[in-house]
Design a protein around this ligand. Structure first.
Ligand code: SF4
Ligand code: SF4
Length: 91
């Protein structure tokens, strides 16, 4: 099953503010950036010309993998505020 099809099975109520944040973009600049490859939703994308990590938090599936992958602890990860975030659809 294609990733896009899986993502289609998820209803998302976007939070007003990101629940994911980079603590220090300079740390990302010096990193091999495993977050980019482990994230199933392609949330993380390094913008070399801007020297910052782009965070497409709206796509996040809340799997938690990036927190483990980021050995520098550079990802500030909070659960979305009540009512927001994802709702999995069964059946
Ligand atoms: Fe930045 Fe952590 Fe990703 Fe490395 S793994 S690029 S430090 S968020
Ligand atoms: Fe990607 Fe999962 Fe991290 Fe969300 S929690 S940004 S889906 S790796």
């Amino acid at each position: 099953v294609a990733l896009e099809e899986k993502l289609f099975t998820i209803r998302y109520r976007a939070d007003r503010a990101s629940h994911l944040a980079i603590r220090d973009h300079a740390v990302c600049a010096a990193c091999s950036r495993p977050c980019e490859s482990v994230c199933p939703a392609r949330v993380w994308e390094w913008k070399a010309e801007e020297g910052r990590m782009q965070v497409a938090f709206e796509n996040c599936l809340e799997c938690g993998t990036c927190r483990i992958a980021c050995r520098q602890g550079n990802i500030d990860w909070r659960y979305p505020t009540g009512g927001a975030g994802i709702a999995y659809r069964y059946g």
